[in-house]
Design a protein around this ligand. Structure first.
Ligand SMILES: [Zn+2]
Length: 461
């Protein structure tokens, strides 16, 4: 039995004036006592001191004790996994995948709607205003799972870049996923094109863009990768996949294709400014050079990489080579927290653990989560910084409680301190989080719904 979909509580899209806050624009400016003005879905003023003009009927926000940043951008996720957290918690990647595929193979649209609503709601509570999702499990009798997560994003109110993922290399062909969750190439490519036709909005203000995302080199065929790249370029949408996550994957590529994963992808036309790879942990210098030269981007997922013991990405080397890097929580089954702000903290800590105290600054890490993520998704003109004319995606963090009040540097308080209360989160000008509570959906009802979905799914095993 499924639950009725949650109804949005409310949205508010009038003018908002935030004053008296520490403002970090992520466009090169920082104001210790500044203002941000939002009208409709756009930013109309940013600067030092009070707002020069207050639109009639504007909501006034006293930002004293608060830090204002652009909304954070999440560049890799698997939202359906929100209802399969806490499995194989001490296992290897192979043990983890083997334990979870039988569960994932039984998802359907109702389960995915609940899971995605939970995952998106938690992203919002941790400062995220735009997220992608890599959905690649399409059970043959599961219904419209992509449509279900799109509905969830509308309910929560986040800007959404879901990908139509895929797998075509099942167990009977030597792959890892069970045969009943893999599809044939023609089905995949026609369903992907239908998803672009139905949902993709290329406009400046877009709340929804589709990308094309075969799962990984070891769960899809080279023919599918070539066909997916051709389709994406013909339709002008982006390409995404997992790459260089583990050493096992590198061994697999050397054994099956006689090359590194990056050289293999290059041979299939999968490097370029319209491509972003999740993880990119195990890269040699030549692979970094190829990624940089082609303008390919990277979604860095430090918590998931640590949770699965995959390794620590060469973030400093990627940035020094000129690669665009964003942050990602990755799927909830390999990152039970799925809290985007935590990735900002982990990105700076892991970079320093690997490369020493100067490997990354706290402001650089925040930059990865904002402008970096926006550029990874091809939205650097629209989101990722507080600049006049950009979309009104803004986070207001409260830094005047016990956990942060005496941390001298507000950006360090956000990045290195405990996750602070989120005073306000606006997406496209609408309030999604207010006083550390979701404004768009009722959290208690949602918690019961995701628990029910998780229990129904596990009962199917
Ligand atoms: Zn992933």
């Amino acid at each position: 039995m499924s639950s009725p979909p949650l109804r949005p509580l409310r949205t508010s899209k009038g003018a908002t004036v935030i004053e008296g806050a520490h403002v970090v624009t992520c466009a090169g400016a920082e104001y210790a006592d500044g203002h941000v003005v939002l009208e409709g879905n756009r930013i109309t003023a940013v600067g030092p001191g009070p707002a020069p003009e207050v639109p009639a009927g504007a909501r006034r926000v006293d930002g004293s004790g608060c830090l204002v940043t652009p909304g954070l951008v999440n560049t890799h996720h698997h939202l359906y996994q929100w209802v399969t957290r806490g499995f194989a918690v001490d296992g290897t990647l192979f043990e983890w995948l083997t334990a979870l595929y039988p569960v994932w193979g039984r998802i359907d649209a109702d389960i995915v709607r609940s899971a995605a609503t939970g995952g998106l709601a938690w992203l919002a509570r941790t400062g995220c205003t735009t997220t992608t999702d890599h959905h690649y499990v399409f059970p043959h009798s599961g219904g419209d799972v992509l449509g279900a997560e799109i509905e969830a994003a509308r309910t929560v109110g986040l800007r959404f870049h879901p990908t139509r993922g895929s797998m075509d290399l099942g167990q009977s062909q030597g792959g890892l996923p069970p045969d009943h969750v893999v599809e044939d190439i023609d089905t995949i490519l026609s369903a992907t094109e239908a998803a672009i036709d139905s949902h993709h909005d290329a406009s400046f203000d877009s709340m929804l863009r589709i990308a094309v995302a075969p799962c990984s080199p070891f769960s899809v065929t080279g023919d599918l990768l070539v066909g997916a790249a051709e389709l994406a370029r013909r339709r002008g949408v982006r390409l995404h996949t997992h790459l260089c996550e583990t050493l096992d994957e590198e061994d697999y590529c050397r054994e099956h294709f006689g090359s590194t994963p990056v050289a293999y992808m290059e041979s299939l036309g999968w490097l370029g400014p319209d491509v972003w790879f999740a993880h990119a942990v195990h890269l040699d210098d030549s692979s970094i050079e190829k990624i940089a030269r082609t303008g390919t981007s990277v979604a860095h997922c430090p918590s998931s990489n640590a949770r699965l013991g995959a390794g620590i990405a060469r973030t400093r080397d990627l940035l020094d080579a000129g690669v665009t890097v964003g942050l990602g929580v990755d799927g909830a089954a390999s990152n039970e927290a799925c809290a985007l702000l935590e990735e900002v903290r982990h990105a700076v800590l892991f970079a320093r653990a690997r490369g020493g105290p100067r490997a990354m600054t706290v402001r650089e890490s925040l930059q990865l989560a904002t402008m970096g993520g926006a550029a990874v998704l091809g939205r650097e003109q629209e989101i990722g910084s507080l600049e006049v004319g950009k979309l009104a995606d803004v986070a207001v963090w409260r830094l005047d409680t016990l956990a942060h009040i005496d941390i001298a540097d507000p950006v360090a308080a956000l990045v290195l301190g405990a996750p602070p209360p989120l005073e306000l989160l606006l997406v496209n000008g609408a309030i999604v989080v207010e006083r550390d509570r979701l404004a768009s959906v009722d959290e208690e009802s949602l918690a019961r719904e995701v628990q029910g979905a998780s229990r129904r799914l596990l009962a199917r095993i």
